[in-house]
Design a protein around this ligand. Structure first.
Ligand code: WQD
Length: 327
């Protein structure tokens, strides 16, 4: 997927061997070929579903797996409202199968792709890892919360596990080569891929979901983080797996940006105009939240290095060179 392929580039670049398991429901095998092209390294790929018990026996017996980075989750907020059982089955039941098979094969190191949506977004804007969690606005967010709690219970049942939970804020951008990037199925749910599809002429205009929020320019505020900075955070988290324990980190920049600020930054970075209209608010959107990322800086020696201009330029470079994504 989008984030996983960028993590592969980072890890292969750091000299790790990488084995990928993906059911290709929300990704394209071509991305893995591009990862190999960018890095000049080979990776091993198994097309399999996170719930397929036999696939783990094959993968874990054919490869010496040090640890697992678990990115396999359905992630569309709106879709999760329409299909809650599919989300709990894939995300939660899938994680249970993964953890059971890891345990069976004596693999007890895992990094879990969590999300800022586990925080109670009605109780704060600048979020630390100690900020209240819960009150998710979607089944998607609730699956992330349940998995976090399941991992905590697993650790408390067996302290030999090394578990790192990374709470992503808003990943955008693409590898500087423009060879890999975000390629959503159908109409994009998220802001940046919608902007780039307007820029490339695939969409007529961007609808900004509300400009009457209690923020300086009326549009919602988020913490956008470059996907390669996010990948760097995972590389540091792999080092953390050397320690047994349960660790939770925000991966964000700590730099809040409004929707309009992102649109204007995109226009400025790329010298083009984005056609947009103000539309009604989207249900479930919180007005403002962003990361306090001090803990990752202190404990992982990691911090985001790229700014909003880099994110806008790299997103456009990907979309401009791949108007139909990987298709
Ligand atoms: C950002 C802002 C929208 C699209 C979600 C998930 C989170 C993670 C990232 C999975 C909001 C506005 C958007 C558009 C718009 N996903 N917007 N017009 O909602 O902060 O987070 O995606 O891990 O878990 O919750 O991201 O990009 O959808 O929206 O005005 O066409 O852009 O209202 O204010 P969000 P987003």
């Amino acid at each position: 997927g989008y984030i996983g392929s960028h993590i592969c580039v980072e890890l292969l670049g750091q000299g790790y061997d990488v084995t990928v398991m993906d059911n290709l429901a929300n990704s394209n095998e071509k991305a893995l070929r591009r990862v190999e092209e960018i890095t000049g390294k080979k990776l091993r790929f198994y097309e399999a579903d996170i719930r397929d018990r036999s696939a783990y026996d094959e993968i874990f017996s054919q490869n010496e797996i040090y640890g697992v980075i678990h990115m396999a989750g359905l992630k569309a907020v709106g879709e999760s409202v329409r299909k809650p059982l599919a989300y709990f089955d894939n995300n939660v039941s899938g994680t249970i199968v993964l953890l059971e098979k890891m345990k069976e094969h004596h693999i007890k190191r895992i990094i879990f792709s969590s999300s800022a949506t586990v925080y109670d977004l009605t109780q704060g804007e600048c979020l630390t890892e100690k900020s209240p969690i819960g009150n998710s606005t979607s089944p998607y967010g609730r699956t992330k919360l349940v998995i976090e709690q399941m991992l905590a219970d697993l650790y408390h049942s067996d302290a030999r596990w090394s578990i790192v939970m990374l709470r992503y804020f808003n990943p955008i951008g693409a590898h500087v080569s423009g060879r890999i990037g975000e390629d959503p199925n159908g109409e994009p749910n998220n802001l940046m891929p919608y902007i780039t599809q307007v820029a490339v002429g695939k969409r007529e205009k961007l609808n900004i979901f509300g400009n009457d929020y209690d923020t300086p320019d009326g549009t919602c505020i988020r913490d956008y983080i470059h996907v390669m900075d996010l990948a760097g955070g995972h590389s540091k988290a792999v080092r953390k797996l050397e320690e047994q324990g349960l660790f939770i980190y925000n991966l964000g920049t700590g730099q809040p940006q409004s929707v309009l600020a992102v649109v204007h930054a995109f226009e400025k970075a790329n010298g083009l105009k984005i056609n947009y209209a103000i539309a009604p608010r989207r249900a479930g959107d919180a007005p403002k939240y962003y990361a306090n990322a001090d803990k990752a800086k202190t404990e992982l020696n990691w911090e985001a290095e790229r700014g909003i201009e880099d994110m806008c330029r790299d997103s456009w470079n990907w979309q401009k060179n791949n108007p139909e994504g990987y298709r």
